[in-house]
Design a protein around this ligand. Structure first.
Ligand code: C2E
Ligand code: CA
Ligand code: CA
Length: 233
């Protein structure tokens, strides 16, 4: 397993503010698989547990070597969010590497709220008490009700790429992106657009006051050493 890193940029200044850690699997026959090719199996086998804890530790140890102003986001499978284990894994990793909690973001799917809403809300609250940031991933695909916004213990939402990619050719997708940015800002949430594939979309997102941009136009997910060569000072 290896974590690749894709840059997240400040929408206005276009400077790198951090990275999302994305899992890759090097198979014995030297192929590199993307999560779509192994994550379902990993989740089914409970392998996902040690792999996720490893991802958190690995990202935090990377943060210890990166400039103070950069953050890293790690994706967390819904089934591992509840319980005490994640709390201690996150705390221990930050303590051991002496990394400020606010530099670590946990990306969780919007759909976690569909079941177990009460338990999820209080768990996100516990994680935020440690000081880490919570980001709601694939926003717009999870069918959550608007009342969920009112009490959402999160710092950031990520607009799903299925709305971002067609936003210049589809008026409706454009309207969704614009509305979600305004709605999120009214609740003091930072907005990230993922799937930014060209500069024209980047410019439009900046005009719409989106805060952070991520996508192939800036760079693909890269092995850590390549990311560091290309994006660190
Ligand atoms: P995600 O969290 O929504 O991550 C964004 C995905 O979009 C990544 O796919 C990324 O490579 C891809 N992407 C980035 N920029 C662009 C773009 O401009 N255009 C398009 N079309 N795609 C773009 P990837 O790396 O294949 O990961 C797929 C999914 O696997 C992730 O979706 C995430 O849900 C999951 N995943 C990745 N790493 C982990 C992990 O460590 N743990 C867990 N639980 N899930 C992970
Ligand atoms: Ca993500
Ligand atoms: Ca996403």
């Amino acid at each position: 397993m290896e974590l690749y890193y894709q840059p997240k940029l400040h929408a206005g200044y276009r400077t790198v503010v951090g990275a999302e850690a994305l899992m890759r699997w090097h198979t014995p026959d030297r192929k590199v698989l993307v999560p779509g090719q192994f994550m379902a199996v990993a989740e089914h086998n409970e392998v996902i547990r040690p792999v996720t804890w490893w991802a958190i530790k690995s990202a935090v140890s990377r943060l210890a070597r990166w400039p103070e102003e950069l953050s890293i986001a790690v994706n967390i499978t819904p089934s591992l969010l509840l319980g005490d284990e994640i709390i201690s894994v996150v705390r221990d990793a930050l303590d051991i590497h002496m990394v400020k909690p606010k530099r670590l973001t946990l990306e969780v799917l919007e759909s976690i709220m569909v079941e177990n809403q009460e338990a999820m809300l209080s768990q996100l609250e516990r994680l935020r008490k440690i000081g880490v940031k919570i980001s709601i991933d694939d926003f717009g695909t999870g069918f959550s009700s608007l009342s969920y916004f009112r009490d959402l213990p999160a710092d950031e939402i990520k607009i799903d790429k299925s709305f971002v990619i067609p936003m210049l050719s589809s008026k409706k997708d454009h309207a969704i992106v614009k509305s979600v940015i305004d709605l999120a800002h009214n609740f003091s949430l930072q907005v990230v657009a993922e799937g930014v594939e060209d500069m024209e979309i980047a410019a439009r997102l900046t005009d719409l006051n989106c805060d952070v941009l991520q996508g192939y136009v800036f760079d693909r997910p890269l092995p850590a050493a390549d990311f560091e060569k290309r994006h660190l000072p």
